[in-house]
Design a protein around this ligand. Structure first.
Ligand code: PCA
Length: 327
C-alpha cells in the first residue's frame, strides 16, 4: 500500500512537471518599455495591468516592464512599438504633436484644466488619434492623465513678466513654445534627469504636476508652487496590431479587459495624486500659492494665441475634435 501510494505521488509529480513545461512552452512574454520611474503612479498602474493580464491568461501572456527609459529612451518608444521591436509600450501622448497636432490637444494651455473637461477632451480626441495610430499599425490600449500642471519656481511669480529670462524645463514642443512665448528659455529634460538639471543650473523653473514635482523632491531646488492648473496631459499605452493579432482570441479579450480596467483605475489614481502630492510638497516646505488674477490673465492670453495656431495646424481633424469637445 505504502509503495503504491508513493508511486502514485511520483506519477502525479511527473504529470505536474509535464503540464508545467507545456504551460511555459506556450507562454508568451511581452517586453514593455515605459519612460517614467517605478514610483510614478502611471508605472504602478501599468504594473497592475501586467499582473491582471498574467492572472487572466493563467500565465499564457506575461508582460515584462522596462521602466524609466531603460530599454528604449522615451522619444524612441513609439517607433519601437511601430517597428515591432517591442509589442507594446507607454509614452507621453503629446510627444506625437510633430506627427499631427491632434495628438497634442491635451497639452494646449487652458483648453481642459480639470478632470471632467479632460475626460470630455479624451472622448473627443480618442476617435481621431485611434485612426491616426491605426495607419501606423498601432492600437491604443489605455490613456491616463497627469494631475493638473502647475508652476515651480525659485521666487514668487505674480505676472507673466516675472518669467522673463528664466531657464525653463520643458517636456514637449507645446510647453517649449509656451515657455518661449512668456519670455522664458526652455530646455527639454526627461523626468529622471530633473534633479540633476536643477542641481547643475541647466534649468531654474518648470511646469509639471504635483506628482512629478514631489517625486523629484522639488523642495531641494525650488521654493514656490503656483497652482495654475494649466492642462492635464496624458500618457498612452499602445500595442502593435500585428503582435496583438498573434494572440488567441481569449488572450486578446483578457488584454482589452485589463486595459479598460487600467484606464478607469489610472484616472482615479491621478485624481488622488493631485491632493496627496500637493500635501507632500507643502509638508516639505514648498510654498503653495494661488495664482494672481493678473498672472492667470497673462497666461491665458498666451494659451488663446497658441490654440489658434493649433487649430490651423490640426486641420479638419482638429476642428472635429474641438467641436465634439465643446458640445
Ligand atoms: N509629469 C511628466 C509629464 C507631465 C507630468 O506631470 C513630466 O514632467 O515630464
Amino acid at each position: 500500500m505504502r509503495r503504491l501510494g508513493r508511486g502514485f505521488l511520483l506519477t502525479c509529480a511527473c504529470l505536474t512537471c509535464i503540464f508545467c513545461f507545456a504551460a511555459t512552452g506556450m507562454a508568451t512574454t511581452w517586453d514593455m518599455p515605459t519612460p517614467y520611474p517605478d514610483k510614478t503612479f502611471h508605472t504602478q498602474n501599468i504594473s497592475q495591468f501586467a499582473k491582471d493580464v498574467e492572472a487572466a491568461t493563467h500565465g499564457a501572456l506575461k508582460i515584462k516592464l522596462h521602466t524609466a527609459g531603460s530599454l528604449f529612451k522615451h522619444p524612441e518608444i513609439k517607433n519601437a512599438v511601430r517597428g515591432g521591436q517591442v509589442p507594446l509600450g507607454e509614452f507621453f501622448l503629446s510627444l506625437l504633436t510633430n506627427e499631427h497636432a491632434a495628438f497634442g490637444a491635451d497639452s494646449q494651455p487652458f483648453l481642459a484644466t480639470n478632470y471632467a473637461d479632460a475626460e470630455k477632451l479624451w472622448a473627443a480626441q480618442k476617435p481621431v488619434i485611434t485612426k491616426l495610430l491605426d495607419k501606423q499599425g498601432l492600437m491604443p490600449l489605455f490613456t491616463v492623465p497627469w494631475p493638473p500642471q502647475g508652476l515651480y519656481t525659485k521666487k514668487a511669480i505674480n505676472t507673466v513678466d516675472d518669467l522673463k529670462g528664466i531657464k525653463f524645463r520643458a517636456y514637449n514642443a507645446t510647453l517649449e513654445k509656451f515657455a518661449n512665448l512668456v519670455g522664458a528659455a526652455p530646455t527639454q529634460v526627461e523626468v529622471p534627469d530633473i534633479p540633476q538639471a536643477f542641481a547643475t543650473g541647466r534649468v531654474e523653473a518648470m511646469i509639471t504636476s504635483p506628482s512629478t514635482g514631489a517625486n523629484s523632491k522639488a523642495w531641494d531646488f525650488i521654493t514656490t508652487y503656483t497652482d495654475i492648473q494649466a492642462w492635464l496631459p496624458k500618457n498612452i499605452v499602445v500595442v502593435n496590431k500585428r503582435a496583438f493579432r498573434k494572440l488567441d482570441q481569449q488572450t486578446q479579450k483578457a488584454v482589452l479587459k485589463a486595459a479598460a480596467a487600467a484606464e478607469l483605475r489610472g484616472w482615479e489614481m491621478s485624481k488622488k495624486e493631485t491632493a496627496t502630492k500637493t500635501a507632500i510638497l507643502r509638508d516639505n516646505g514648498v510654498k503653495i500659492v494661488t495664482p494672481s488674477a493678473e498672472l492667470m490673465a497673462g497666461l491665458k492670453k498666451v494659451g488663446a494665441e497658441m490654440l489658434k495656431d493649433w487649430e490651423k495646424a490640426a486641420g479638419s481633424e482638429g476642428a472635429t475634435l474641438l467641436k465634439n469637445y465643446r458640445n
